[in-house]
Design a protein around this ligand. Structure first.
Ligand SMILES: Nc1ncnc2c1ncn2[C@@H]1O[C@H](COP(=O)(O)OP(=O)(O)OP(=O)(O)O)[C@@H](O)[C@H]1O
Ligand SMILES: [Mg+2]
Length: 239
């Protein structure tokens, strides 16, 4: 499948049309951004790692009954996937308190939450991705009705129920992650975008080391080595 016209360039990927109106190609870039684009860098090879990690996780989720946009891995930096009309909600799933949850609500970093928290943020860079409640989602027409919000929550919990034990067997604690959903040509809700250490937090279960984009946010260095480790553990034997 050949790349057609460039449709969109985001912070982490470029989206291209293909000869099939229902399929797109994502090119994963080496660019890194944090704090809504305020901090920027490049890390050679990061895009390829995220592409491969996402492909493996989409395959795993699809095999376990989660509908995803994934079609195939084309090469190092390119993924073929279904075209979706994106739902402009970032669905955030948290098992352990850290980041903005700790900052905003004063919950000590590393606190294991009494249940898995699912939150919605408005996917709107100009507004700084503000937090949404269900009524905000309906007022903004981000979904058709309340049942779609329940569907997003159910799917997000299902993804967590699959990924959390999967990573635990690989010695990684899945702390939290962000998902994006869209609708395919038939209107079915699909898991889209990417699932990578750019939008998941992984803590090594033995050392507690951060194995995700927090290495960049917090200036810890060693980002590429950490992402390589995540991919190696996905591809390797369980511990
Ligand atoms: N299957 C899909 N069909 C159409 N668009 C998609 C699909 N999957 C992801 N996208 C969108 O493609 C874009 C990917 O680019 P990227 O991840 O670089 O965006 P971004 O810079 O994170 O910012 P933003 O998501 O705010 O545009 C996102 O807008 C994402 O919502
Ligand atoms: Mg993105």
């Amino acid at each position: 499948m050949q790349k057609g016209a460039l449709l969109y360039e985001g912070k982490a990927k470029r989206l291209y049309a293909t000869e099939d109106a229902n399929l797109l190609i994502s090119e994963f870039k080496d660019d890194l951004t944090a704090f809504n684009g305020a901090k920027k860098a490049q890390e050679q090879g990061k895009g390829a790692l995220n592409n491969k990690i996402s492909a493996e996780l989409f395959k795993l989720l699809e095999a376990n009954g989660v509908p995803t946009h994934f079609v195939s891995l084309l090469d190092e930096n390119h993924m073929l996937h279904k075209k979706a009309k994106m739902i402009m909600i970032e669905v955030i799933v948290r098992n352990i308190a850290t980041g903005s949850l700790s900052k905003n609500l004063g919950i000590t970093e590393g606190t294991v939450l009494p249940f898995t928290l699912v939150e919605f943020d408005y996917k709107n860079d100009a507004l700084g991705d503000p937090k949404l409640n269900d009524q905000h989602c309906l007022i903004l027409n981000l979904v058709q009705d309340q049942s779609e919000l329940e569907m997003l929550r159910t799917l997000a919990r299902k993804v967590n129920d699959i990924l959390r034990p999967y990573f635990a067997k690989k010695g990684l604690n899945l702390v939290d992650f962000k998902l994006e959903f869209g609708r395919d040509a038939q209107g079915n809700i699909l898991l889209a975008d990417e699932i990578s250490p750019d939008n998941c937090r992984f803590w090594d279960m033995t050392t507690g080391e951060k194995m995700d984009k927090d290495r960049f946010r917090q200036g810890l260095g060693g980002l590429k080595v950490a992402y390589e480790q995540v991919l190696e553990r996905i591809m390797g034997e369980d511990k």
